[in-house]
Design a binder for this molecule. Structure first.
Ligand SMILES: NC(=O)c1ccc[n+]([C@@H]2O[C@H](COP(=O)([O-])OP(=O)(O)OC[C@H]3O[C@@H](n4cnc5c(N)ncnc54)[C@H](OP(=O)(O)O)[C@@H]3O)[C@@H](O)[C@H]2O)c1
Length: 299
């Protein structure tokens, strides 16, 4: 496949999108434009080419994608299903590669694909696979595990603040994680290796951790604190979360235990031993990075 030069980023001002945009620009390898929803209040630095489009209108999206080699979508969860129309627009505009907004759990794992929180992402993946068979559009799915920086700062993987972190299922499951800036490196890596990454998932694993390891790092940082970890059966949380979800409740406390399961539970293919780090130029983080992240989170 020929080189990718013109790259469109959708959702480039979001939580993850900001990091991806920075890395795309810093790589100096691409002509980058961002496409945002008409009327969106997203703002970008001067010098970034910003195009507005009606995300519910094929012609509007097609015009925005005209002349682009690749579209990387980093839309938030509310925008996931809308990516089907983006795929149609990418096909119509002759775009060569589409990266849908995945950037998390291993969705090639059959258990992950059945989780209700991923239903729309699965629909978009399946749609891309279908289109790649009948059109010139190709895809790459980027799986990175949990965002280690975000998940610790937001107390999702572990909450150190009261020295009583919940430890799920013994805490020894090892799982892959990646920081948000490094997800940006991974996107650059995919776009600079279009042939090797064509029509497949890529796996990024910047640091493999377990909750037990995180707790041990926290204890090394603050040995005199009254650490009293609380054993929790994650499955119990997930069963009740799924019940609430089935009754139409979609708030964060409902969704998080299910997402967490897909990130830490070995049944969900969470340790990316075989990965694409080398191909994508991903450097591994060490325990020092965990110390850096965890230190400010302990009072
Ligand atoms: N692995 C992890 O731990 C982890 C953690 C968090 C997120 N993620 C994943 O990372 C990806 C990006 O998430 P994020 O949290 O960075 O997203 P976000 O900040 O919530 O949103 C990103 C952008 O999406 C666009 N957007 C919002 N609502 C939309 C809608 N209804 N239709 C179309 N576009 C919409 C907006 O862009 P404009 O206003 O410019 O149009 C917004 O700035 C998602 O796939 C998410 O699941 C993974």
């Amino acid at each position: 496949m020929s080189a990718i030069k013109n790259v469109t980023l959708v959702g480039g001002a979001g939580r993850l999108g900001t990091f991806v945009l920075d890395k795309l620009i810093a790589s100096n390898k691409f002509n980058v434009q961002v496409v945002k929803r008409a009327g969106s209040s997203s703002t970008y630095a001067a010098g970034i080419k910003v195009v507005e489009a009606d995300f519910g209108n094929l012609e509007s999206l097609k015009a925005a994608f005209q002349g682009q080699d690749a579209v990387a979508s980093i839309v938030g969860d509310a925008g996931v299903i809308g990516q089907k129309l983006m795929v149609d627009a990418a096909v119509a505009a002759g775009v060569k590669r589409f990266l849908p907004s995945n950037f998390g759990s291993n969705m090639a794992n059959p258990n992950s694909r059945k989780l209700p929180v991923f239903a729309q992402k699965v629909i978009v993946e399946d749609y891309l696979i279908e289109k790649s068979k009948t059109t010139e559009l190709t895809y790459t799915f980027v799986y990175v595990g949990g965002f280690i920086d975000f998940a610790l700062q937001k107390k999702v993987i572990m909450d150190f603040s009261k020295y009583t972190p919940a430890i799920f299922n013994g805490g020894d499951s090892q799982f892959s994680t990646t920081s948000m800036p490094t997800v940006g490196d991974a996107v650059v890596g995919v776009l600079t290796h279009p042939t090797e990454t064509q029509n497949r998932p890529v796996y990024v694993s910047e640091i493999i951790i377990s909750q037990s390891q995180l707790l041990s790092v926290a204890k090394q940082i603050a040995p005199s604190k009254p650490w009293a970890p609380v054993p929790v059966d994650l499955e119990v949380l997930v069963v009740s979360a799924k019940e609430r979800l089935a009754h139409g409740q979609h708030d964060l406390p409902t969704v998080i235990p299910i997402l967490l399961k897909s990130i830490v539970d070995p049944e969900f293919g969470v340790k990316f031993v075989e990965n694409d780090n080398e191909l994508l130029g991903i450097k591994l983080k060490t325990e020092e990075y965990l110390v850096e992240l965890i230190t400010p989170l302990i009072n």
